[in-house]
Design a protein around this ligand. Structure first.
Ligand code: M6R
Length: 618
């Protein structure tokens, strides 16, 4: 996923574009670029982060009141200055930025080449070819009639296959054209005499809170003085709804924290509470999940529940599996969305498929959800970003309400997903009569107390930082856990890998003896999740095995433990809670450990190499 910005008005566009790009950098940071219109179009592009582009532009002419910008996550073509956006067409008539994929760009390049463009599709990106395609159509149409820039963009897009959001300018007109085809990341910020464009509202919330979403199939012409005309896919002009964006500057700034990731880890007591807010009725202490309630009868009689997700959301789903199977006694299957799609899964109308995604834009997850729909299953979504694609393609669902997550490594979104999954499992368990009222009430009360317990875990930050200081030069790590904490033992290494680039793997603790044990020596940190629960004795015996081979044991234990403390090299105590809620507490030390290790290693924590916050390509 890439980030796109635009500005048309009476102010200088450049500072608005640069600041906007910095806020969108979480979407991709392989390269950045801007184009400014001021009696011609000047384009500046640089490989790397926006700060590098800014440095490059210091002594350049950045005047102009119309401009577009882009921060790229490379999918077609390596990260390079040449492949950075904006792209300009051969004769200089079309300049554009693009987020998405143009699938038929090779075919378009072949036609262009027959008409005198020398574009080798093996060397050119899909965006570059799109810019030339629009120019070519414009030139062709001009031969026969008077054809406007708007006509050219609209008509050229008729033959373009793919999912994309684009912003296009030309040196010949004081206007900007935006179009959306199958993407949800395109919004306009409506100022008094000016219009802002963004992949989301973050680039311009300090200028305006009035936002129009450019929906799938829509195209808009933006003019100076804040005028705009939006047409739907039938070319009918529409009167769009202007919404007030709720996002605050505080939410998208780091405040006193050095990184968004650390800020988001520390926000968790609040975000878990926000995820619960309004979902436990004060009047009769019942779970309220509005977007699912309407399907209550079908969910309650489901033959099986299938979760489809990727990355951290997949690990949250694995915890959902334990929760639902334990509390509601329904068969649950958890699938990597990318694999599920290609297996011709056996599904019918008795099944419920739940897509889980922070962004709601992950292509693999959304495609899996669509497939489940075609098979007749009831399809629900759990996502964080309000209005994301996922919320538009399912039969119902719920938001996690964790607030904007900017750190590429997902933290608060994960615990918000656990909150919704816990509520869902409790609701199903009660609806299906698998838990009695007394137990239901006890568990609900305990869930409500989780934010306070997470606060206590966060108070261990200094201890965890000391552990990180000791181990940050390790080159490998193993994470072990059992039962509901096995998925936490998968999430911990994912965090570590993403931001510190240390190789780490997670296993069910008992599985270690079937191979990974060969890796253990005195240089191997082994992180055990060893809180009180059904399998603790077994985990202890796995720990003894590691100790006897010289492995260095870091254990997450329940407050008051003495036994494990004598086995491990170091322990991090967390408050005692029911086992089914323990992942809320055991994951936090692992997030902090990954964070501090990466900080000691000096990596770019919020923008780790090669990653993008959401992966909207398959
Ligand atoms: O937005 P999603 O939850 O669908 O994203 C799924 C994964 O791409 C995501 O969880 C990724 O693994 C994170 N970077 C994990 O920290």
């Amino acid at each position: 996923m890439c980030g796109i910005v635009g500005y048309i008005g009476s102010r200088g566009a450049y500072p608005i574009l640069i600041n906007g790009l910095k806020r969108l950098e979480y979407r991709g940071y392989d390269s950045a670029g801007v184009a400014l219109q001021n009696g011609g179009v000047r384009i500046y592009r640089k490989t790397g982060k926006v700060a590098r582009l800014e440095e490059f532009c210091k002594d350049k002419d950045t005047n102009g009141t119309i401009g577009i910008g882009h921060t790229r996550w490379a999918t077609h073509g390596e990260p390079s200055d040449a492949n950075a956006h904006p792209h300009i067409s051969k004769y200089g008539d079309v300049v554009l930025v693009h987020n998405g994929i143009i699938e038929n760009y090779t075919a378009l390049a072949l036609i262009l080449n027959q008409c005198g463009y020398a574009l080798d599709p093996r060397e050119k990106t899909d965006t570059e070819i799109l810019a030339n395609w629009i120019e070519h159509i414009w030139h062709e149409q001009k031969k026969e009639s008077t054809c406007t820039f708007e006509d050219a963009v609209r008509d050229s897009l008729r033959t373009v296959v793919g999912a994309y959001a684009i912003v296009v300018i030309t040196p010949h007109d004081h206007q900007m054209i935006v179009a959306n085809h199958g993407s949800t990341g395109l919004v306009l910020g409506i100022g008094r005499d000016e219009i802002f464009v963004g992949s989301d509202a973050t680039p311009f919330i300090d200028y305006t809170k009035d936002v129009i979403t450019i929906e799938d199939g829509q195209m808009a012409v933006l003019l100076e003085k804040g005028e705009y005309h939006i047409k739907n896919s039938e070319q009918k002009e529409i009167e769009p709804a202007i919404e007030k964006v709720l996002l605050t500057l505080e939410e998208i700034e780091k405040g006193a924290f050095p990184h968004f990731m650390l800020k988001e880890i520390f926000e968790q007591p609040k975000t878990i509470a926000d995820s619960m807010r309004g979902r436990i009725s004060l009047a009769n202490s019942k779970v309220l999940l509005g977007g699912m309630k309407i399907h209550e009868e079908r969910i309650a009689r489901a033959r099986k529940i299938v979760f489809v997700a990727c990355g951290t959301s997949y690990y949250a789903s694995l915890i959902g599996e334990y929760l639902i199977e334990t509390l509601a006694r329904i068969d649950v299957q958890v699938e990597y969305a990318s694999e599920f799609r290609y297996r011709n899964p056996i599904l019918g109308e008795d099944d419920v498929v739940i897509g889980i995604s922070q962004s709601g834009e992950t292509a693999d997850t959304n495609e899996a959800v669509k497939l489940a729909h075609t098979k007749g299953a009831l399809v629900l979504g759990i996502c964080n970003v309000v209005g994301a694609m996922m919320s538009k393609i399912n039969d119902g669902g719920t938001y996690t309400h964790a607030g904007k997550e900017i750190g590429v490594a997902s933290t608060k979104a994960f615990t918000a997903q656990l909150t919704v999954l816990s509520l869902f499992a409790l609701w199903m368990g009660r609806t299906r009569g698998m838990i009695d009222e007394n137990k239901y009430q006890i568990l609900l009360r305990e869930l409500e107390s989780i934010p306070a317990s997470v606060e206590k875990v966060l108070a261990q930050d200094a201890l965890i930082r000391d552990i990180a200081k000791k181990y940050y030069q390790s080159t490998n790590a193993i994470y072990l856990g059992r039962g509901i904490n096995f998925p936490v033992a998968l999430e911990g290494p994912l965090k570590l890998k993403e931001i510190s680039y240390i190789h780490a793997e997670g296993y069910p603790a008992a599985e270690m003896k079937h191979g990974p044990i060969a890796l253990i020596d005195e240089n191997m940190p082994v992180i055990f999740i060893a809180t009180e629960g059904e399998y603790l004795d077994k985990v202890k015996s796995n720990m003894n095995t590691v100790k006897s081979r010289g492995g260095k044991i870091i254990a997450i234990v329940t407050e008051g433990d003495t036994e494990i403390s004598s086995l491990a090299n170091v322990v991090v105590p967390v408050p005692k809670v029911s086992e089914i809620f323990s992942p809320f507490l055991t994951v936090v030390p692992l997030q902090l450990l990954a964070y501090h290790i990466a900080a000691f290693r000096g990596t770019d924590i919020d923008k780790p190499r090669n990653l993008s916050k959401s992966v909207s390509v398959e």
